[in-house]
Structures are given as structure tokens and as C-alpha cells.
Design a protein around this ligand. Structure first.
Ligand code: ATP
Ligand code: MG
Length: 399
């Protein structure tokens, strides 16, 4: 029975290549995800056609990574990467093969892939190629290197992060020899850029098993950024109660690490990992909010002084430290944010101009009056009307 059910545009590419006399397959993560009944995010296609041959078959192509065998086929529906069967030469930088050799054997192409579960292919007719028993490992929930793990990790140290990332995303265990090789090769991590490490770590934080980030820390894969003590920080599993939003999860991750002294500042970690400026700024502001208010007035006061994103992050932090496991602070904050109730000057029923028109003196006092009115409205939402606020103000002037 056919495992993958590629959309029509993928089938079109596969069929075109076959009709021109080349082999072509769905490979890698697409086959794995289809076997596991997970949605296939991106379709990995492999072919015996060389990049220039692929380019000559389709009307619009981009030679994206010609040297490494990747051509992007541009179709009206979307762009699809097609990769020529290849073997990899020497790895001298621990990340990129110095050269790749285009080959005609599918099996050889599958043998350069990282894990057995990622080393399967299926033809358009539904013929499955699984030379390393990936299906069996999927059944047993195992991440296992194709070939000797020490060699595979010394060729490309990123694979160590990928092993843990797949274990987090798929809920699989890492096979003993593969795991031992990860412990034995942590010294190779220096070869991997911080951005690539961040991408893998973020996928772990966003997964259903964010506590795998703790395993990365314990093993020492993140020692460039986070102190390695041979222990995992406690409580990382709570991150999975949060919505799958990177910023919330990064912020709560930092809070957990700070509390247990795994990092001394969030700036060092987030900057070291080259997170974008908005995430950095928002997380830093959220992390200084010591106690998240329980009542709506307190939350609105916080919202009057901070961006909603900052307040949501602070709520997320409060929720991962709560014993109940509920995300009540975040829920409360979100209810207020979407309620339309006034918590900032922009939503206040009067403007500075209104006040000036009724004779309020300009200058610093004007700002102070507006702030006072905002404070009043936060506590008394029903009063957020122009007339009510103006008469309130007049009354306070008359006093
Ligand atoms: P996902 O798309 O969910 O991240 P994936 O397995 O599809 O997972 P990709 O990075 O899209 O991962 O790579 C596609 C395929 O290329 C993998 O399934 C694997 O066969 C191979 N591959 C990717 N990165 C490596 C690597 N570092 N070493 C060896 N093979 C790799
Ligand atoms: Mg993929």
C-alpha cells in the first residue's frame, strides 16, 4: 500500500522525471511523517537526474544549491526542491562535506542520511525503500544513526542536535549507541553556528516535549550558552502547557534557567543565540516583572505601562512557576487584551485636546490628568465615556 500521498504538483514533478528516464522518489522526512500519519510539512524529493538535467526538464527552475545537487522547481502552486542522489566526500569542517559526488544509486543516497527513520524513499508507484529498517525503528520509537554514530557525528555535529530534536518532536528514544556517541562528541559542537543551534533548540522548546532541552543542557550540547552541571533544570515540561509561540516559550525557558542559576542573564543567552531584537527586548522587559497580578485591575495597570506582548510573556512565566499547571495568568491577560476594555491612553474616552478645549492648562499637568483619568477608568471601566470623564475632571478641579 502506498504510504505517501503527495499533492498533485509533487506527483507532477516525480512523473516528469520518470518519463524523462530518471529515477525519482519522495524521501527523508516526508516519508517518515507519512508513515507516522503526521502532516507532511515539506516534500523532500530525490532523483538520479543531475541538477542541469532537472533544470532542462522544467520550464522554471533555480539552481539554488547546484554544487550540493539542489534545484528549486518553480511551479504555479509553489516551489519545490529536488535533490540529486549524492554521496558526500570528506567533511573537514564538521558541518559541510567538502564536495559531493552525484551518484546513480538511491541506496547510496539513503546511506548518507542522518537517521534510519529519515533514510527511506517511496516511488510514485508506491514502492518503498527502507534499507536501514526505518519502519521498524518508527514502530519502536527509536532514533538511530545510519552507520556508525561516532563517524556520523564527527562528519556533521549538527546531527547530535537533530537527534534530540526528533526525539522531542516525535516522542522517540535515542538508541543507546547513538546516545553514547552524542555524549562522546560534545567537543565538536564548536563547529556549529549559534543560529543553527538556536533553530534546533527552538524546535525542541516548541515541541510536546520541551524538557528535551534539559537533556541538551545536561549532555553539554549547549555549554556555549548555558552552564553544564551534568543536570537538567527542573520544570521544563511545564513549557508545553503554553501556546506554541516561540517568544512565550523562550521567555519562560529563560525564567526557569535564571531561577536555577543555569544562566546569569537572559541577555547573554538570547543574544548569544542571535534571537531577533523584538524577542530579546520583549523577554527582557517581561523578566523584570516580578509578580504577575491576580486581578484584572493589576493586569490592566501592567498593560498601561507595557506592550501586550510583554504582559503575555510575563503571564507565561508566572504560569510555568505555578503549581496548578494551569495557564490562568495568560488566560486572564488574554481575556483583558481582547475585551476591548480601556487600559491605555489610546482607548481613553477623552483626549488631551478635549481637556484643553474645556480650559485645562497645557503642559505637564495635562499628561498627569490624563494618567489619573486612565487610572480611574482602569478601576471603573463603566466610566470610560467622554462626558463622564469630563465631568469627573471638572469635579476634581472644582474641589
Ligand atoms: P523536518 O523537515 O521536520 O525538520 P526532515 O527530516 O525533513 O525534518 P530536513 O532538514 O528537511 O529534515 O531534511 C530532509 C532530509 O535530509 C532528512 O530527512 C534527512 O534524510 C536528510 N538530512 C537533513 N539534514 C541532514 C544532516 N545534517 N545529515 C544527514 N542527513 C540530513
Ligand atoms: Mg523536511
Amino acid at each position: 500500500m502506498k504510504i505517501t500521498a503527495p499533492p498533485a504538483y509533487i506527483a507532477f514533478i516525480l512523473n516528469r522525471l520518470v518519463s524523462e528516464g530518471y529515477e525519482s522518489y519522495v524521501v527523508g522526512g516526508s516519508v517518515r511523517d507519512a508513515v507516522m500519519n503526521r502532516p507532511v510539512k515539506d516534500w523532500d524529493l530525490a532523483t538520479s537526474a543531475k541538477p542541469v538535467e532537472v533544470a532542462s526538464i522544467f520550464s522554471e527552475t533555480v539552481l539554488t544549491g547546484e554544487k550540493f545537487g539542489t534545484v528549486t522547481v518553480v511551479l504555479p502552486e509553489c516551489s519545490v526542491e529536488v535533490t540529486t542522489f549524492r554521496s558526500e566526500g570528506e567533511y573537514n569542517d564538521g558541518r559541510h562535506p567538502d564536495e559531493v559526488e552525484f551518484i546513480s544509486s538511491l541506496n547510496e543516497d539513503l546511506s548518507r542520511r542522518d537517521f534510519t527513520i529519515n533514510a527511506m524513499a517511496e516511488s510514485i508507484e508506491g514502492e518503498l525503500f527502507d534499507p536501514f529498517d526505518g519502519i521498524e525503528d518508527i514502530k519502536n520509537g527509536i532514533i538511530r544513526c545510519v552507520g556508525g554514530p561516532n563517524t556520523r557525528f564527527s562528519e556533521d555535529a549538527l546531527r547530535m542536535f537533530r537527534a534530540l530534536r526528533f526525539s522531542a518532536e516525535l516522542g522517540f528514544c535515542i538508541e543507546t549507541e547513538t546516545l553514547q556517541a552524542i555524549y562522546a562528541n560534545t567537543n565538536l559542537v564548536y563547529k556549529i553556528s549559534s543560529e543553527r543551534i538556536r533553530t534546533e533548540l527552538e524546535k525542541v522548546l516548541m515541541s510536546k516535549r520541551p524538557e528535551v532541552a534539559g537533556e541538551m543542557i545536561k549532555i553539554g550540547l549547549l555549554s556555549r550558552f548555558i552552564t553544564t552541571t551534568g543536570k537538567s533544570p527542573a520544570g521544563l515540561e511545564k513549557l508545553c502547557n503554553l501556546p506554541q509561540e516561540p517568544m512565550l516559550r523562550w521567555c519562560a525557558f529563560c525564567a526557569i534557567l535564571l531561577k536555577q542559576n543555569f544562566i546569569s542573564t537572559a541577555t547573554e543567552l538570547l543574544q548569544g543565540m542571535h534571537l531577533d531584537g523584538k524577542t530579546l527586548k520583549t523577554c527582557l522587559r517581561a523578566l523584570v516583572i516580578a509578580k504577575f497580578p491576580k486581578n484584572s485591575t493589576g493586569i490592566k495597570i501592567l498593560l498601561s505601562k507595557n506592550d501586550a506582548a510583554v504582559v503575555r510573556c510575563a503571564a507565561a512565566v508566572s504560569d510555568v512557576f505555578s503549581d496548578t499547571g494551569e495557564i490562568s495568568s495568560l488566560t486572564n491577560a488574554e481575556e483583558i487584551i481582547s475585551s476591548g476594555e480601556c487600559y491605555s491612553l489610546g482607548e481613553l474616552g477623552v483626549t488631551g485636546r478635549d481637556l484643553l478645549e474645556i480650559g485645562h492648562p497645557p503642559g505637564r499637568m495635562l499628561g498627569e490628568t490624563l494618567s489619573k483619568l486612565l487610572e480611574h477608568v482602569i478601576k471603573n471601566p463603566q466610566d470610560n465615556k467622554r462626558d463622564t470623564l469630563l465631568s469627573l475632571m471638572k469635579a476634581s478641579v472644582d474641589d
